[in-house]
Design a protein around this ligand. Structure first.
Ligand SMILES: NC(=O)c1ccc[n+]([C@@H]2O[C@H](COP(=O)([O-])OP(=O)(O)OC[C@H]3O[C@@H](n4cnc5c(N)ncnc54)[C@H](OP(=O)(O)O)[C@@H]3O)[C@@H](O)[C@H]2O)c1
Length: 254
């Protein structure tokens, strides 16, 4: 298991925390991903918005440009079917357009329904592992040469309680989260001492997103915090205040 730590209580990211940085955000069309993109831009970074729905990405683009003046990049991609080569093209495009990459936020998530493993639909299994695990691995791996050129690069994998203790009925989603945390543990330790790059998992706690609604349809959504409430923790992990901290599982401070 990854060592579990909380984001420092009351952490308040400084203005300009991520100034001039370029940060790739998957699942940027909604939920945690779109909140992350806005938070990064508000703190000076240029977000690269990767998602499968161009209209949703364009809405996020417009909101960021109107709110911050920063012009993000949009990279439409369905991670469920994306190949190694296509994901390599994402990174090559970022290198060509920006010449740098300082962070990656893995917020894309494939989730359908809580179900016993014996009943997971074959396609749900394939897409769950592909989007939640394999794409996160592949994009990170292909980003490494560019990230290692950055003086302070950070990769954040969104996780949830399944990543630590994968209880019954979590389906392919839970298996993928458990594997992601295992991947962060071994990869961070392999990279330790070789590079400044840090890899961490971040559990933002329950947030009012489409995924949460699918998993907990009977819940009163108004009682669940908005994704923006988890952004200080994410910014902490992306910025220099978390320098030297890698291979850990952070939970949002509330
Ligand atoms: N919400 C919570 O309560 C909570 C709690 C703990 C951890 N987390 C973690 O936070 C992360 C984000 O969750 P969320 O709540 O923001 O989920 P969400 O609202 O469902 O958003 C997921 C995003 O991923 C995108 N996506 C899904 N399949 C994709 C694919 N095949 N290719 C590219 N993009 C794809 C979605 O695009 P579309 O809009 O096109 O579907 C959406 O933008 C997940 O790792 C989740 O486990 C969430």
């Amino acid at each position: 298991m990854l060592p579990e730590v909380a984001v420092p209580a009351g952490y308040a990211p400084a203005d300009g925390l991520l100034r001039e940085r370029v940060i790739l955000i998957t699942g940027a069309g909604g939920g945690v991903g779109s909140a992350a993109a806005m938070a990064c831009a508000r703190h000076g970074a240029t977000p690269v918005l990767l998602g499968r729905n161009v209209r949703k990405l364009e809405k996020v683009y417009d909101a960021i440009e109107a709110g911050t003046g920063i012009k993000p990049a949009i990279y439409p991609m369905n991670l469920a079917g994306a190949t190694w080569v296509e994901m390599g093209d994402v990174i090559a495009t970022i290198e060509r357009e920006f010449g740098r990459l300082d962070g990656v936020v893995h917020a894309a998530a494939h989730f359908t329904v809580f179900t016993p493993l014996s009943d997971v639909a074959p396609r749900d299994w394939m897409e769950g592992l592909q989007v939640n695990l394999t794409a996160a691995y592949t994009l990170t791996r292909l980003s490494l040469p560019l990230l290692e050129k950055s003086a302070d690069a950070s990769v954040v994998f969104l996780t949830d309680p399944s990543g630590q203790d994968n209880k019954a009925y979590r389906g392919a989603f839970g298996i993928a989260k458990y594997a992601v945390e295992g991947m962060v543990k071994s990869w961070a330790s392999e990279l330790e001492k070789k590079t400044q790059l840090r890899l961490n998992a971040y559990d933002p706690g329950p947030l009012r997103t489409f995924l949460r609604l699918k998993g907990y349809p009977g819940e009163d959504a108004q009682t669940v915090p908005l994704p923006e409430s988890a952004m200080p923790g994410l910014l902490y992990l992306l910025g220099p205040d978390s320098a030297g901290r890698s291979g850990q599982r952070f939970s949002a401070a509330r």
